[in-house]
Design a protein around this ligand. Structure first.
Ligand code: CMC
Length: 392
């Protein structure tokens, strides 16, 4: 290997320096800009956390107002962007639509191709954070064949998203504040997570100097996978498949014997080897939302609790340090709020957009950034001479 280190999956490679998010996987600590995520989830709002993640400090009142005002001003999408949705089949996965439409934003905003100007970088982040709920909601409406709902900028960030998804033109729609706050807390918990696969993808694409909307689109594509953000959808599908608590032992045997690669989705994490602090908060939030909606005896919640209880006392999971992660309970909240399973990962994408933007801004502002270019261990044929087709 010479001077190179073979590190598949980057288990021991630091690809960058970053001042945004800190994780201590053994202690279950997650800090955004030094602030514990549990304190932010309890006291802050998603929009304030966006400012913190982007700018490094909690905003003063006037800074928060100006930031929130800018986000509200950028929620609309160009009519041309809207027409992209007409080109998709009705049953396109919303993540497929998100990947395509966000990538297409690069064709609409040429000013941000000047990545070196801090003002341009900031306006890109504001546009992205403001427009991603509008695009996610439009993907939902396309899937359900309902008319697209415009953003209502008198609403807060999450209420506006719920409105764009669930309102229809003919009827008044009132956002449930408990639902909006539950979404806000989920979004705070998903806002950033240092060099996870999608963020690393954004950084890798961005390191080439490409258009930032295209870099975010590549992050959305990486997030979609079931080992990453797609796990929230996979958890609900798994719970549906198991169906009843009586089938749990049979399912667990499959997992432990690795039958057809079956995994307990929503369990395990590359970094957290003790517990995922986000999962703990989400579990509490789950109980709160289900109680508010009168769904305390939700069968999926009961099944998830049963699975967690069995897994946490099982040697297979103990030996491998596998604990519930952020995706184990988030889907149950989404489902209780009426969000369909195929929209779970888009919800994650909406929340993670600020993290992607912050990492792209940090990387682009750093003059020491070099193009990301890993090496490989070549395992192919040694050098050989070309043989004409009729002699092979
Ligand atoms: N169920 C059963 N076995 C598991 C699981 C699981 N969920 N996760 C890991 N293992 C086993 C794995 O088979 C391996 O066993 P062995 O040592 O016998 O080969 C061992 O634990 C180590 O697993 P790994 O795949 O080498 O660990 P990793 O750090 O490469 O992968 C992970 C981390 C999150 C991809 C993995 O734990 C997993 O696939 N979990 C299920 C999917 C999931 O919930 N993903 C969401 C992650 S958190 C949110 C996010 O990133 O977006």
């Amino acid at each position: 290997l010479g001077i190179f280190t073979y590190d598949p999956g980057f288990t021991s490679t630091c690809s960058t320096k970053s001042a945004i998010t800190y994780i201590d996987g053994d202690e279950g600590v997650l800090l955004y800009r030094g602030y514990p995520v549990d304190q932010l989830a309890e006291h802050s709002s998603f929009i304030e956390v966006c400012y913190l993640v982007l700018h490094g400090e909690l905003p003063k009142k006037d800074q928060l107002e100006a930031f929130e005002g800018s986000i509200r001003r950028h929620t609309m999408i160009n009519e041309g962007v809207k027409r992209f949705f007409d080109g998709f089949y009705y049953d396109a996965h919303p993540m497929a639509m998100l990947t395509g439409v966000v990538g297409a934003l690069s064709a609409f905003y040429h000013d941000t191709t000047n990545n070196k100007d801090p003002k341009h970088r900031e306006i890109f982040a504001h546009r992205m954070i403001a427009k991603i709920p509008t695009i996610a909601a439009a993907a939902y409406k396309k899937f359900y064949g309902q008319p697209f709902m415009h953003p209502q900028n008198n609403l807060d960030y999450c209420s506006n998203l719920l409105q764009m998804m669930f309102a229809v033109p003919a009827e008044p729609y009132h956002v449930d504040p408990v639902a909006a706050r539950a979404l806000d807390v989920l979004f705070i918990l998903h806002a950033d997570h240092e060099q996870n696969a999608s963020t690393s993808t954004v950084r890798m694409a961005g390191s080439t100097g490409c258009n930032p909307y295209a870099a975010i689109s590549s992050g959305i594509a990486a997030l979609w996978g079931p080992l990453h953000g797609g796990a929230n959808e996979a958890v609900l599908n798994m719970l549906d498949e198991i169906g009843d608590a009586k089938h749990v032992p049979e399912f667990m045997n499959k997992v432990k014997n690795k039958v057809e690669g079956v995994r307990l989705m929503g369990f395990g994490h590359r970094v957290y080897k003790n517990f995922d602090p986000r999962a703990k908060i989400i579990r509490e939030q789950c109980h709160k939302v289900l109680k508010h909606l009168g769904k305390e005896n939700d069968p999926k919640m009961e099944l998830a609790l049963k699975l967690e209880e069995i897994a946490l006392s099982d040697d297979y999971f103990k030996q491998r340090k596998l604990y519930p992660n952020v995706d184990f309970y988030s889907g149950i909240i989404y489902e209780a709020l009426g969000i369909p399973v195929n929209m779970f990962t888009p919800m994650f994408a909406v929340a993670r957009t600020v993290g992607w933007c912050a990492h792209w801004m940090e990387m682009t502002a750093d003059s020491s950034t070099r193009i990301a270019r890993p090496r490989q261990v070549y395992t192919g044929a040694p050098v050989r001479n070309y043989v004409p087709c009729d002699q092979r």
